[in-house]
Structures are given as structure tokens and as C-alpha cells.
Design a protein around this ligand. Structure first.
Ligand code: GLU
Length: 424
């Protein structure tokens, strides 16, 4: 991987930039530049073919000054320690910006679930839980959740294994669980729904009518698929392009969910979507479409120095983690595209996880309407605070990106917690 695309280098570079702008204490900066706990595990798993396969797995607890570590587990063939470190740093800022009582963590396993059967995915998930045990996981220690290529069923297997070890019914040890295991119905789409609330606020600020706007979504996983359905449901907006890891489809008249699902199921990709005007496009072409709102909802490093100049949207909502590199951030800023950072836009996921955890810890369960209205209020507040911070710097004559404004809020809260605890 090119050094400038190494996600952890990017996370450090972003922190360094924020530290300089906000004049962060040097000792606090030194603590926040590195993860506090890093686990690298090589886990033997007896596969259904009778052979043992060894999987390299990670769990990083980046910073726990404000609460237990919190963050998803990714099952991905290109997973790496540096990616997990970066994602755990971004989780720290995400939880802090949302002002919820968690630190940041992340996990990952190098594996290709597309080539594994359900039994082997279950065996791997259980083995991962055993490797963490109840000393590196738990409602007050580290609380995992779903992420790329993991889902509620995988969370259920991990929780079951965890409970066998802890001998306690600690439902809050993991979030994004099935509702049968006290997961929250609202958690399933909360990442995308939170992004929609941010879209509503940002569109209002830009005087853009989301009902009339055209939208392109990169990704058809949990975040992307719900971004697509909720754009239509919440705003009646027209999503003209969508993609998955194979490729995408563009139709100026808008896309139909049943037909997208059919293309995915029958041919393995949304790019095989059929309609009168449908045109196959690549993931790169999708990012460069002339649309009002662009939503990257897949993986990191999609908009870089080499293609940022060709991005044509007015509003860019980073629903994926790390889709825009630092150089691209600068280019988009100069082009006056409102690029809202990942750890604001996709924080609905972890805010939803927090509500699930609160309900598990208290035993008091809420209606989905209550869940959604709390989510709306919280993420709208994060958006407003971010914009206010950007304005406050502008008033002092310093132009900073929304990403830096969000960083300043998040880093300041973590630094203050570390200071109060006497870490520096
Ligand atoms: N994986 C999601 C994220 O990156 C959610 C994490 C969580 O709910 O803990 O924000």
C-alpha cells in the first residue's frame, strides 16, 4: 500500500493537523497519536472440511479515557493492523463527537467470507470471541459491533461464546445484535438514518431541496443499501446511481429496489440492473457523476488526490469510514464542495449501539420512535456543533474544513478527560 494511502498514517496526519490548529498540549498529543492496547492474534479454526486454518485477527482499544472501547469488527481479505488502528482512532473521535460514554476500538479478521460457508463463519466468529475472552471484551471493557462483512447473526454467535466464558447474561457486551437477543430494532439502519438526518441539515444549510436533488451512493452493504432506501423514504429523493464492490449502475430516472435486489441475487452485482436507460458504470465513474449529493458508503481511500478534482457534487456525505484522503479533503475544500467527515456522518451507527447498550444495561426497553427521535436530536447536535466550530475559526480569520472542526471538538473532550484522570 502506498504510504500516503496507509489509513493509520492518514489518521495520525489528521490528528497532527488538528493538534496544530487547536494548540493541543504536546503530552496529550503524544498519548493520542498511538493506540493504547493492540492485540494481534493467530487463531486456529477447525473448518467444515476437517482441516485447520489459521486466521490472523486484530482488536485495538485506541483510547479508553471516556469509557469502554467501542467499535465494529470487520471480516475482510485486505484487513491489516494499520487499518484497524486507524479505524479505532476514528471510533475514538466518533464517540467523543457524539458525546457518548465510550472510548474507541476496532477489530478485524483477515478472511474472505464470500468463499466461506455459514458453518465456517460461525466457527471463526466463536474462535474470535474465545480469543478475546472476558478479559478483552465485556460491557465495561470493550463492546464490539458489526462492520464490513459482519452482521447481527455474527454478533449473536460472538455473544453466545462470550457468555459461555463469562457465565453472566451480559447482553451489553456486544451491540448490533438480533432483536431476539435484546438488540434494538432501530440499530439495523441507524448508520444510514443518522446520515440522512445530517443530509437534511446540510441540505437546509446549502438551500438544496433533497426531494429534487439527485443522489449517487457508492456501496450496497448495510450503510449503502439503507442510504438508498431511506433517501427515498425520508426525502422522496431520486437515487440515480448505486454500486457494489463489482461495479455500479446509473439511471437518470432513478433506481428501483426490487430490481436492484434481483440483479444482486441473480447475477451477483447491482451492475446487472436492467431498465430502459440503465447504464453500467464503474465505481470510479460513480464518484465523478454530476449529482447534487454523493454518498460514499463502502470502504476507505475512494476519493484521493488523483480523482478529487473530478468530483462534481455539491454535498459529500462520508457514510463509509475514511473514504476521502487528506489531500482530497483539501481539493474538495478549494472546490467549495461541502465534504462532511465520516466520524460525524456515520456516527448514527455507534449512537444506535449506545442506545442498545443503555437499554441492555438498564433493562428498560424503548419504542423505535423514541430511539429514532433521540438519534435525530443527538446527531443534529453534532452537526450544529461542528458547523459552529468552523464558524468560530472563520470569525478569527482561520478557514478550516468541517473535518478539522469536528476533530477539534472530539480531541478536546478526550484530552480533558485524560487531564482530569491525571494522565498528563
Ligand atoms: N462499525 C460501526 C462504525 O464504524 C459501528 C460501531 C459500533 O456500533 O460500535 O461506526
Amino acid at each position: 500500500m502506498a504510504e500516503e494511502l496507509n489509513p493509520f498514517k492518514i489518521a495520525q496526519e489528521q490528528l497532527d493537523e488538528a493538534a496544530e490548529i487547536m494548540k493541543l498540549d504536546k503530552q496529550a498529543h503524544a498519548i493520542l497519536r498511538e493506540p493504547m492496547h493492540t492485540l494481534v492474534m493467530n487463531i486456529p479454526v477447525r473448518m467444515s472440511n476437517g482441516k485447520t486454518q489459521v486466521f490472523t485477527a486484530f482488536r485495538v482499544r485506541y483510547n479508553e479515557a471516556r469509557g469502554p472501547a467501542k467499535g465494529g469488527i470487520r471480516f475482510h481479505p485486505q484487513e491489516s493492523l494499520d487499518t484497524v488502528k486507524a479505524l479505532s482512532a476514528w471510533m475514538t473521535w466518533k464517540c467523543s463527537l457524539a458525546d457518548i460514554p465510550f472510548g474507541g476500538g476496532k477489530g478485524g479478521v483477515i478472511c474472505d467470507t464470500k468463499k466461506m460457508n455459514d458453518k465456517d463463519i460461525e466457527s471463526l466468529s466463536r474462535a474470535y470471541a474465545r480469543a478475546l475472552g472476558d478479559s478483552d471484551m465485556g460491557p465495561e471493557i470493550d463492546v464490539p459491533a458489526p462492520d464490513v462483512y459482519t452482521n447481527p447473526q455474527i454478533m449473536a454467535w460472538i455473544l453466545d461464546e462470550y457468555m459461555n466464558i463469562s457465565r453472566k447474561k451480559e447482553w451489553g457486551a456486544i451491540t448490533g445484535k438480533p432483536v431476539e437477543l435484546w438488540g434494538s430494532a432501530g440499530r439495523t439502519d441507524s448508520t444510514a438514518r443518522g446520515g440522512m438526518y445530517v443530509m437534511r441539515e446540510a441540505a437546509r444549510m446549502l438551500k438544496l431541496n433533497p426531494k429534487r436533488a439527485t443522489i449517487a451512493v457508492q456501496g450496497f452493504g448495510n450503510a449503502g443499501r439503507y442510504a438508498y432506501t431511506l433517501s427515498k423514504e425520508v426525502f422522496g429523493a431520486k437515487v440515480v446511481a448505486i454500486s457494489d464492490s463489482e461495479g455500479g449502475v446509473y439511471d437518470p430516472d432513478g433506481l428501483d429496489l426490487d430490481k436492484l435486489d434481483e440483479a444482486k441475487k441473480k447475477s451477483g452485482s447491482v451492475m446487472y440492473y436492467k431498465s430502459k436507460k440503465a447504464k453500467k458504470i464503474t465505481n470510479e465513474e460513480l464518484l465523478e457523476l454530476k449529482v447534487d449529493i454523493l454518498i460514499p458508503a463502502a470502504i476507505e481511500n475512494q476519493i484521493r488526490a488523483d480523482n478529487a478534482g473530478r468530483v462534481q457534487c455539491k454535498l459529500l456525505l462520508e457514510l463509509a469510514n475514511g473514504p476521502v484522503t487528506p489531500e482530497a479533503t483539501k481539493i474538495l475544500f478549494e472546490k467549495k464542495i461541502l465534504d462532511l467527515p465520516d466520524f460525524l456522518v456515520n456516527s448514527g451507527g455507534v449512537i444506535g449501539s449506545y442506545y442498545e447498550w443503555v437499554q441492555n444495561q438498564s433493562g428498560d426497553y424503548w419504542d423505535t420512535e423514541v430511539f429514532y427521535s433521540k438519534l435525530d436530536k443527538k446527531i443534529t447536535q453534532s452537526f450544529n456543533e461542528t458547523m459552529a466550530m468552523q464558524k468560530a475559526y472563520a470569525a478569527k480569520g482561520q478557514k478550516i474544513t468541517p473535518r478539522m472542526a469536528a476533530y477539534i471538538i472530539a480531541v478536546d473532550r478526550v484530552a480533558k478527560a485524560m487531564k482530569a484522570r491525571g494522565w498528563y
